[in-house]
Ligand binder design. Structure first.
Ligand code: CKP
Ligand code: MG
Length: 311
């Protein structure tokens, strides 16, 4: 069977080297948190698949071609003849600051429904990865996300939820109302410090949110800290992992890389320290190179950063 199934919206990302308002050349890339995770795992040799709806036009064809080229299974993708591809514009404002603008309302990906996911869930996978972006896209996508999480957790899969709050899609209160119940299906929850409160009581601090999640059956809570690394909470306590000291040129996709590394370590049977080491290693590759996933390592490249001691 598959190692990992993920689903969501894959976007066509159009990247400008400077401010968008100044015009100039755009380059075309695949984006989308779930696609980033699938690619991260596929590059390390794990069997992965991505499910979702993509437009039937050339842009949808491009999304599928990129996923296939990276070795991600697309057998259970639905083509949507009516709706357009979701787009994302990314402009570079300073050397280390990029800004993102979406054109995704009413897109093919946002029309995701339970029916689109049924065949993929029936085929099964060891790990189901999902993000808090998908339930923000539409009512049907929200129900599909909840259904997939429930179905996979019942079948004994490891469910990993990455909170990934996107303020351009919904408010924090709307996100919390959906993501807190959703976290109850997860074995692994990933959140930045900022996002953690969206899977707990409003205003609750980190120890309180973590305690409530562990109480509800979540096994591992991963709090990502950017350049400061990450904290991993389990019933045995907390373990810290420092980030690797690379020069960051593009932080978009870092969280997805971290999650992919953690899940790869899980699939390889590594202990918590080993899973975290792989997670920060993939995070370092992601931020040290341009693009959301392009710089992610193949398995034989994992050791390239071995000489870097955690900062
Ligand atoms: O949390 P990350 O920076 O790893 O997520 C980046 C992705 O899906 C990016 O590829 C973008 O398309 C998105 O998050 C999004 O919808 O914002
Ligand atoms: Mg993230």
């Amino acid at each position: 069977g598959l190692d990992l199934l993920t689903f969501g919206e894959a976007l066509v990302s159009l990247r400008a080297a400077g401010p968008l308002a100044a015009g100039g050349a755009l380059t075309m890339h695949l984006a989308g948190a779930e696609a980033n995770v699938a690619i991260g795992l596929a590059r390390l040799g794990h069997r992965t698949a991505w499910a979702g709806r993509v437009s039937e036009d050339e842009l949808g064809g491009y999304v599928l071609r990129e996923l296939r080229a990276e070795g991600v299974g697309v057998d259970h993708v639905t083509r949507d003849p009516e709706r357009p591809a979701g787009l994302m514009f990314l402009e570079r404002r300073t050397a280390d600051l990029t800004r993102v603008r979406y054109h995704r309302a009413g897109s093919a990906g946002s029309a995701l429904s339970v029916e689109d996911l049924r065949p993929a869930l029936a085929a099964g996978a060891h790990v189901l990865h999902l993000t808090g972006i998908t339930p923000a896209l539409s009512d049907s996508a929200r129900e599909a996300t909840r259904w997939a999480a429930e179905t996979a957790s019942r079948s004994g899969a490891l469910v990993c939820l990455d909170v990934n709050h996107r303020a351009r899609l919904w408010t924090r209160d709307a996100a919390r109302a959906v993501l807190t119940p959703l976290a109850g299906y997860a074995s692994v929850v990933v959140a930045s410090e900022d996002e953690l409160e969206l899977v707990g009581e409003p205003g609750a601090d980190e120890p309180a949110v973590v305690a409530a999640l562990l109480d509800r059956g979540v096994e591992t809570v991963l709090v990502t800290l950017g350049a400061d690394g990450a904290r991993a909470y389990t019933r045995d306590g907390v373990r810290e992992a420092a980030a690797l000291p690379v020069t960051a040129v593009d932080t978009v996709g870092a969280g997805d890389a971290f999650t992919a590394g953690y899940l790869s370590g899980h699939l390889d049977g590594l202990d918590l320290a080993g899973r975290l080491r792989r997670a920060v290693t993939l995070g370092a590759f992601a931020v040290a190179g341009h693009g959301d996933w392009e710089a992610l390592p193949r398995r034989d490249e994992l050791s390239l950063l071995d000489d870097l001691q955690p900062g």
